[in-house]
Design a protein around this ligand. Sequence first.
Ligand code: ABT
Ligand code: MG
Length: 148
Amino acid sequence: MERTFLAIKPDGVQRGLVSEIIGRFETKGFTLIGLKFQKVSRELAEQHYDVHRERPFFPGLVEFITSGPVVAMVWEGDGVIASARKIIGATNPLNAEPGTIRGDLGINVGRNLIHGSDAPETAQKEIALWFKDEELVAWQPHLTPWLH
Ligand code: ABT
Ligand code: MG
């Protein structure tokens, strides 16, 4: 089953949007299999944003993501990587469609509320970076097969 890494960034936590954001993936029908609330170390932040290391906004990015606690999560389901990116919306909240998390709740590209893995390889890398195997709980929701 496909898995993705999602993290509610410090702005999402500080604005009291944790339940609103988690709810969107829960009501869509994906399965939560890993969840933790943590302050991010500089080392983890730099590894997570390694692809942006040479970009001018890198220092600000690291500064921001380490500024307060984040909600780190792993979600599971068919097509969850691409679907979560759609639910999240465009990187710049001003360009994000209404109905998406960023389109509904944000206005600033540097404060865009949530991170989502952008491809299968990144998802695998990010899950391994943020979670130990034993922190992930494989479980099957008791769904009625003909309804889901
Ligand atoms: P993430 O889910 O945080 O990775 O965002 P997304 O994949 O939608 O966008 P990318 B391109 O990965 O941006 C990473 C973070 O960098 C910020 N950013 C990006 C800027 O501040 N200025 C820019 O010009 C660009 C391209 C937005 C993202 N994070 N935050 N916070
Ligand atoms: Mg990205």
